[in-house]
Design a protein around this ligand. Structure first.
Ligand code: ASP
Length: 581
């Protein structure tokens, strides 16, 4: 038996017991004739005491111990004279009588403690050491608990967990595919799934009724804090359902997770149409932990000789409560923020609603106090508030205002990571027109059903057709999204045509699906949650990387195993591939 206990469980009740512990040496302190060692395992840290007076032999052996050595000790649990209430095992320590070095360690390249001196790259290179840190480990524990609860909930609701293949052909989710060359089929390639979308629909045609899978998906996209080239979805599909059924069952799943894991009772989720989300927040994933909604003011600002406004398609404002006293420097900072290339605004206009009732704007030259009062009243600003205004093309400006709103929300501490605000964004447009390629794209994916009442508009005004599609958003993060699917072969064909697929291409890429629809496809729909994002929101993390055991870096690299890497000439040959250099 390697151990009688873990390093996280001994307390005052165990005093006088003889125990055997195993773990890693986190810290060694020598004070006089005594050596204190913090021994760490997955469950916690226990203080060991090696004393010249009690056992000189063992104490002399302990002098050699270095950080991250793996040891086994035997000893007696005693009460500590100076207790550490910040530690679960802080009431006790172990007087060691036997020391067995199981494996020495080289000096680790960074400190393996809560606060580490290791930079990102170093930590990723030695991720197995990084994972010894409590912080990262507890994220993985949380991830496990969430997966466990999700499986239990879905199992209780009749969902079957079914695996779908990884070597497939393209599934259009709007990203680039990762491609795998086939050795046995010369010149042909598999694509890794961007999602199991088509398979889960086929499982519904197969009559399996309720499916789920906790599944890796692959998208070759530019990486961000909340994106990895491979990520995990909780992928679900149901038959004989309408949008309302799906929203209800997955809202309950989310409430169940918050209750079982965080002991939080969530109220019913807010529902916001896509149009309102854009109008009030400039975003289809609004953070509704705080107000500061966008207010359109074009009708009361144009026609006064201020060309910048007069030439704008959209003029919108936000009210920053209590910030009229922002200094020039603070306003300049916000101006610089909106002018950053990633945001792209041309400038920022402000109106201070001073506490003496006066109004002061950065464009006083063009507007009278009466004009400014009208704006103030529309925006609902009070004395002491600051009004910030952006203008330009509608979509772009709403997006810029959204970024500004989030930035100010963060600066003012309105985005508390311990507060959770969940909502559904519904009624997404079915299609989006791309001016560069002059064609429509699916806003969600091509299998999304239009709203029944909008189907006629497909012929005349496809751009205003709404979809039976929905996203779940928590604290400004899109946690999940899905739709009711098309289950008629004719409608699916029509959508492919609108999306610019030739009949031949649609048939060669998706013929199997359209064929399946001819053999009794039930009405169906589903949703997929981004598990990594879900865990990150629960853990209060800004990046999904720290809730993934072995993530990739910002250039899609695994620096620990050095992937991607070149392959041998022999391998290339076998795959009938040549690299152009
Ligand atoms: N397959 C979709 C996605 O990955 C989700 C769904 O429609 O169920 O976004």
């Amino acid at each position: 038996m390697y151990r009688t206990n873990t390093c996280g469980e001994l307390c005052a009740a165990n005093v006088n017991q003889e125990v055997v512990l195993c773990g890693w040496v986190q810290k060694v302190r020598k004070i006089g004739g005594v050596i204190f060692v913090d021994l760490r395992d997955r469950y916690g840290i226990t203080q060991l005491v090696f004393s010249q007076l009690v056992n000189a032999n063992v104490c002399n052996k302990a002098i050699e111990l270095g950080r991250e050595w793996v040891i086994q000790i035997e000893g007696k649990v005693v009460e500590r004279s100076n207790k550490n209430s910040g530690m679960p095992t802080g009431d006790i320590e172990i007087i060691v009588s036997k020391l067995n070095v199981l494996n020495p360690s080289e000096v680790p390249p960074f400190t393996i403690e809560e606060d580490t001196d290791g930079g990102d790259d170093l930590r990723m290179k030695y991720r197995y050491l990084d994972l010894r840190r409590t912080l990262i480990r507890s994220n993985l524990e949380l991830r496990h608990q969430m997966i466990f609860a999700i499986r239990s909930y879905l199992n209780k609701h009749n969902f079957l967990e079914i695996e779908t293949p990884v070597l497939i052909s393209s599934t259009p989710e709007g990203a680039r595919d990762f491609i795998v060359p086939s050795r046995t089929n010369q010149g042909e390639f598999y694509a890794l799934p961007q999602s199991p979308q088509l398979f889960k629909q086929l499982l519904m045609v197969a009559g399996l009724d309720r499916y789920f899978q906790i599944v890796k998906c692959f998208r070759d996209e530019d990486l961000r804090a909340d994106r990895q080239p491979e990520f995990t979805q909780i992928d679900c599909e149901m038959s004989f359902v309408e949008q309302e059924d799906i929203l209800r069952i997955f809202e309950r799943l989310t409430k169940y997770l918050f209750k079982t894991i965080k002991e939080i009772d969530l109220p019913d989720f807010v529902r916001l149409s896509y149009a309102d989300a854009m109008r009030f927040y400039g975003s289809d994933k609004p953070d509704i932990r705080f107000g500061m909604q966008l207010v359109e003011i074009k009708d009361i600002t144009i026609g006064k000789g201020f060309a910048v406004f007069d030439e704008s398609e959209y003029i919108g404002a936000i009210r920053v409560e209590g910030c009229a006293s922002y200094t020039r420097k603070q306003i300049d900072e916000l101006t610089d923020f909106v002018k950053r290339p990633q945001i792209g605004a041309r400038g920022l206009i402000y109106v201070r609603c001073n506490s003496d009732g006066s109004l002061k704007s950065s464009i006083d030259k063009f507007y009278s106090v009466d004009d400014l009062r009208k704006w103030r009243d529309r925006i609902g600003a009070k004395q002491g508030d600051l009004i910030l205004i952006l203008c330009g093309k509608t979509k772009e400006t709403q997006k810029q205002l959204s970024e500004l709103r989030l930035e100010i929300g963060s600066r003012l501490g309105l985005r508390d990571k311990n507060q959770f605000k969940c909502l559904w964004v519904i009624d997404f447009p079915l299609l989006e027109y791309d001016n560069e390629s002059n064609r429509f794209f699916s806003k969600h994916h091509p299998f999304t059903s239009p709203k029944q009442e909008d189907i006629a508009l497909l012929e005349t005004n496809p751009e205003i057709v709404r979809a039976n599609a929905y996203d779940m958003v928590i604290n400004g993060t899109e946690i999940g999204g899905g739709s009711i699917r098309i289950h008629s072969c004719e409608l699916q064909e029509k959508i492919f045509t609108i999306l610019g697929f030739s009949e031949e291409r649609a048939r060669s890429q998706f013929g199997f699906l359209m064929n399946a629809f001819k053999y009794g496809a039930p009405p169906h729909g589903g949703i997929a949650f981004g598990l990594d994002r879900f865990v990150a929101v629960f853990a209060g993390l800004n990046s999904i990387r720290d809730c993934i055991a072995f993530p990739k870096n910002n250039s899609g690299r695994d620096v620990m195993i050095n992937a991607p890497s070149i392959i041998s000439y022999g391998q290339l040959n076998e795959l009938h591939l040549k690299i152009d250099t």
